[in-house]
Design a protein around this ligand. Structure first.
Ligand SMILES: Cc1cc2nc3c(=O)[nH]c(=O)nc-3n(C[C@H](O)[C@H](O)[C@H](O)COP(=O)(O)OP(=O)(O)OC[C@H]3O[C@@H](n4cnc5c(N)ncnc54)[C@H](O)[C@@H]3O)c2cc1C
Length: 177
């Protein structure tokens, strides 16, 4: 098993789409890190998030919009020797994306942002009332830089190719191994 860096955009998007939450990392006014779990949506290289209009995270972002968004999926504990702690590892795939947050102001674009978020979690179509849309903050993060790593990928070339193909189809090769 080894660690593989994926550059293929389809693979990166497949990893993002398999996640149910992300972790956002920011740096506050005192230069301290602040990391939160958040729900998200993704479309065309842009991450969509939503929040209440006020709170610590919003105060931080208004001062410093730089954000790091981390996704991780397909976690599976594996080991080479049951008795040797150093041989244990967590098979997984993760994506680390960097960008700057902008807050959407336009009501229709906010609705679109909410739809993109909901698409991550449901196939249902939703309507949003004007007060609900006014009271939610929609964040957009165009991705400036992204990296994707697969931990515990099989050494075998053939298996790895098959793994990537299955990921693109939205399957979890780790769960089926
Ligand atoms: C799985 C999951 C998904 C979530 N998805 C969303 C989402 O899509 N949108 C959204 O707005 N929020 C979401 N939350 C909540 C989010 O993590 C924050 O709690 C929320 O955004 C408020 O952040 P804030 O900095 O404004 O909080 P504030 O209330 O201003 O923070 C005050 C203090 O509370 C503590 N705190 C804040 N959040 C957390 C936390 N999650 N866990 C422990 N301590 C905390 C911190 O120490 C902080 O200094 C989610 C939480 C979980 C667990």
């Amino acid at each position: 098993m080894k660690t593989v860096q994926h550059k293929d955009q389809e693979v990166i998007e497949a990893v993002i789409r398999k996640c149910d939450i992300c972790f956002i990392g920011v740096v506050d006014q005192e230069n301290k890190p602040y990391v939160l779990p958040m729900n998200f949506g993704y479309r065309n290289n842009v991450i969509y998030l939503h929040s209440a209009p006020e709170g610590r995270i919003v105060d931080i972002l208004k001062n410093n919009p730089n954000i790091c968004v981390t996704f991780s999926t397909d976690h599976e504990l594996a080991y080479q020797n049951l008795e040797v702690a150093c041989s244990y590892r967590m098979k997984s795939k993760s994506v680390v994306a960097m960008g700057k947050v902008t807050f959407e102001q336009d009501m229709e674009l906010k609705r679109e942002g909410l739809n993109i978020l909901m698409e991550q979690y449901s196939e249902k179509k939703f309507e949003y009332s004007d007060p609900a849309v006014r009271n939610v903050l929609i964040w957009k993060v165009p991705i400036d830089h992204v990296s994707c790593k697969e931990f515990g990928a099989p050494h075998d070339e053939y298996k790895m190719k098959r793994n990537i193909e299955e990921l693109k189809k939205g399957k979890n090769p780790a769960a089926e191994a």
